[in-house]
Design a protein around this ligand. Structure first.
Ligand code: FES
Length: 164
């Protein structure tokens, strides 16, 4: 999420003219552009609240239910403000048997939030992943696009300290 998007999540979104202008310029009248528009909007505003979904539906002249259906279906779209960083703990089979659950329990304690939530300071969003391709060195987690292997609760603590 951009710095601008982070700042915008601090207040309720009401001004959608930027995505409106982009729709007018590049997407209006194009079939099958909804996912691209939603991606662009999420990049601009950080998340896709109901008001923004409604605005996009109106601009693209399609039913709100169609827009909200796509937003709900794809996990990479978020209807809530997200943290600056996304932590994804792997709970694929290899990570599960090698202590992934312990990492999750530790993060719940450490961050004070449940899986799927964002910390009150909007630093971290905490999610579960299913195999991130590091099975040989499980348990693994990702922060944003970086994979961290052979994690333990104390390694998690040191790692999070580097993101402060
Ligand atoms: S199961 Fe966790 S990286 Fe594959």
């Amino acid at each position: 999420m951009s710095e601008r998007a982070t700042a915008m999540t601090e207040q309720k979104l009401t001004d959608f003219h930027e995505i409106g202008d982009l729709i007018d310029l590049y997407f209006k009248g194009k079939r099958g552009c909804l996912i691209q528009v939603l991606h662009t909007a999420q990049g601009l505003y950080g998340y896709l609240p109901q008001e923004l979904q409604q605005y996009i539906a109106d601009k693209l002249e399609m039913p709100f239910s169609e827009v909200s259906g796509v937003v709900t279906f794809y996990s990479f779209f978020s209807i809530n403000p997200r943290g600056e960083h996304t932590i994804r703990v792997c709970l694929g089979t290899a990570c599960y048997v090698r202590g992934g659950k312990k990492i999750i329990d530790h993060l719940i304690q450490k961050l004070g939030i449940e899986v799927g939530d964002t910390t009150p300071d909007r630093k971290f969003t905490f999610e579960i992943a299913r195999c991130i391709g590091a099975c040989g060195l499980a348990p693994a987690l990702m922060i944003d696009d970086v994979v961290y292997r052979q994690m333990t609760p104390s390694k998690v603590d040191s790692l999070l300290a580097t993101y402060k």
